[in-house]
Structures are given as structure tokens and as C-alpha cells.
Write a protein that binds this ligand. Structure first.
Ligand SMILES: C[S@@+](CC[C@H](N)C(=O)[O-])C[C@H]1O[C@@H](n2cnc3c(N)ncnc32)[C@H](O)[C@@H]1O
Length: 288
């Protein structure tokens, strides 16, 4: 029940997000782009809902060794920006899953718009219950989404299960630090639907239990602290459209919530990590 309420809260959060399929199309039109002829090279600058834009996708691709022989699962794919980018640049096949129906529908339409639908497909699904057979994918990726997911043991188990033996998981996540207070956790849960913040040590233990090894854990907190200041400014620049779509009370509520979130990077209460995890191919495989 608690989980169902949480699922509704996440879907509502993303249904009323300032970045949306329509907002992206409106922005392209304002830039004079002909939507009937838009290419992934243009779309990729508008549809990435994580920190660091397309270079963050390249960082994951380099860590995981993504190439044209890979089938990649993008967990919590949003509007599908990273999925399309990886397929376009590296030639891989990508399957994206997301909980929020409007995100998945938008992802499918944007992908058809740039003609990548033969290699990039999407499904509406909960990351805690992935609709795939064991050992389906070479690589799993995810960005800035696991913080929304309540049962990290189950999440890690599902991601590991979907991977082939020897497969890689490359992901970034918003993490708690030693100084995260209960009041901050409670507020982020209520206002940002960050139901459970992971930590570096907890992820290491969780992946180890699932027959995986954390090969790399890169601290990106300093990088994100700067990016998030710009991101707050970007959301503020969308004030007119956000107020028009959802009203001024919604804009103010979101603005307060996001400002508080960004300020936790200044206080050191939040951090960010980029992980490379490898599923061991046998119990004797050291994993790295
Ligand atoms: C910050 S967005 C990231 C989107 C995408 N990874 C990107 O980089 O553009 C987080 C996404 O996680 C999705 N999400 C949250 N909880 C989920 C869950 N339990 N299962 C699947 N998707 C979930 C949300 O619907 C949202 O689209």
C-alpha cells in the first residue's frame, strides 16, 4: 500500500515536471527547427533529464564498454534521451523502462520522430519488477532515478537478474552522506519523492549479495554542485510555461522544493556517485 501511494506520487511528480515532451517540442519550434525533419543530433540537447547532459551518457558508455554489439537496458529512462543518444552514437540496441506512463508515451513518440524506433523501444514498468527474462542484457544503465525507489535490495536484485553473466551496470545516483539529517530525508521524500537515499557502502553490500562487484565508484558531488545551480536557473527560466500549464502555486512549490534540494549539495548533506558494477560470471570470478 505504502508502495502504491509512492508510485502515484512519483507519477504525479513527473506528470507535472517542467521538462516534458510538449515543452521540448515547443522549444525546438521556437528555435526554428522543423519538427518533421528533426534529427537526434538536435534533439539530444533538449531531452536529457539528468546532470551533465550527453557527456554524462558518454561517461557511462565508456565505463560499461557500450558498443554496437550491446543490448542495453535503461532503467527509469524518462523521456528516453539517454537511450536514443546511446543507440545513435554507439549503435547499440536499447530497451527503456519507466514507471510514469506519460514519460514512456513521450519517449516512444520522440524516438519515432528521430527515426530510432527500430533500435530503441520502451515499456511502462516498475524497476522493482522488471518484465524481462534472467540474463537478457549486456549492460544496464540508470541516471538520477534510484533515489525514487523504496526497496534498494530488490532494485539491485532485479538489475543484476536482468544482466547476462559478466554484464555491467553503470549508473549515477543521488546519495545520502554521513551528515544527511532525518529532517532533510523527510523533506526530500515529501517534496521530491526521494523515498530512500542509497549510500556508497550500502550499494557495495547490496551488489555483492547479488553476485556482482562494484568495480568503480566515482564521487561526482563537486561536479553536480555546480551543475545543479545552473539547473535551478534553467527551471526558473521555464517559469512562464510552467505557470501556464500547472498554475503559479505549483511553480512556487516546485521552486522551493528544488532550491532546498540544491542547497543540500552546498551543505554536504547530499552527494552523487557514478558506479560501474560487474555481474560475476561464476562464484570464483572476482568480478573486476
Ligand atoms: C530524473 S528522471 C531520469 C530520466 C532519465 N534517466 C534521464 O536521464 O533522462 C527519473 C525517472 O525515474 C522514473 N522512476 C521513478 N521510480 C521508478 C520506478 N520504481 N520504476 C521505474 N521508473 C521509475 C520516473 O518516472 C522518472 O522518469
Amino acid at each position: 500500500m505504502k508502495n502504491d501511494l509512492h508510485i502515484d506520487a512519483v507519477a504525479e511528480y513527473y506528470d507535472t515536471h517542467p521538462i516534458s515532451e510538449q515543452q521540448i517540442i515547443d522549444k525546438l519550434r521556437r528555435d526554428g527547427v522543423d519538427i518533421a525533419r528533426v534529427s537526434e543530433d538536435t534533439l539530444q540537447d533538449h531531452d536529457q533529464d539528468h546532470y551533465g547532459g550527453v557527456s554524462a551518457n558518454d561517461a557511462l558508455a565508456a565505463l560499461a564498454g557500450i558498443d554496437d554489439g550491446c543490448h542495453v537496458l535503461d532503467v527509469c529512462c524518462g523521456l528516453g534521451g539517454p537511450s536514443r543518444y546511446l543507440a545513435h552514437k554507439y549503435g547499440c540496441r536499447v530497451t527503456g523502462v519507466d514507471l510514469t506512463e506519460s514519460r514512456v508515451e513521450g519517449a516512444i513518440r520522440l524516438t519515432a520522430m528521430v527515426g530510432l524506433h527500430d533500435r530503441v523501444t520502451f515499456q511502462c514498468a516498475n524497476a522493482l519488477d522488471l518484465p524481462f527474462n534472467d540474463g537478457t542484457f549486456d549492460v544496464v544503465i540508470s541516471q538520477e532515478a534510484f533515489c525514487h525507489i523504496p526497496d534498494k535490495d530488490r532494485l539491485v536484485s532485479e538489475c543484476a537478474r536482468a544482466l547476462k553473466p559478466g554484464g555491467r551496470i553503470a549508473f549515477t545516483d543521488i546519495l545520502a552522506t554521513d551528515s544527511t539529517t532525518d529532517a532533510t530525508r523527510e523533506r526530500l521524500q515529501r517534496e521530491m519523492t526521494f523515498v530512500e537515499l542509497g549510500s556508497q557502502d550500502a550499494y557495495r553490500r547490496q551488489f555483492e549479495r547479488e553476485g556482482c562487484a562494484v568495480v568503480k565508484a566515482q564521487d561526482v558531488s563537486d561536479e553536480w554542485r555546480l551543475i545543479l545551480v545552473d539547473r535551478l536557473a534553467m527551471y526558473r527560466s521555464l517559469k512562464e510555461q510552467t505557470v501556464e500549464r500547472f498554475g503559479s502555486a505549483h511553480f512556487t512549490k516546485r521552486d522551493n522544493a528544488y532550491s532546498f534540494f540544491v542547497s543540500r549539495y552546498e551543505t554536504g548533506e547530499l552527494g552523487g556517485y557514478r558506479f560501474l558494477v560487474r555481474r560475476k560470471s561464476s562464484p570464483r570470478d572476482p568480478g573486476s
